[in-house]
Design a binder for this molecule. Sequence first.
Ligand code: ZN
Length: 85
Amino acid sequence: MAAYDLHIHSGYSSDGELPVAAIVGLCAARGLDAFSLTDHNSVRGVGEAARLARERGIGFVPGIEIDRKIITMHDIKKVDRKSVV
Ligand SMILES: [Zn+2]
């Protein structure tokens, strides 16, 4: 059975801690077949992760986790009022 982790944050995310190289090392040590780096609003670590994964023979899926605000009709009405005034 293949092992994957498709949701990993690095130090490029506000809630990540490890540098990309450490993450790839852990993925290799844990025997993952593939992983994805999914930092918040950033792909700064993707190039390094892809290179290191390739060197170690691990599959890599470039990723990103985009933060967004949920917009409600109430928010739209507020914007409309501001643009009219
Ligand atoms: Zn996340």
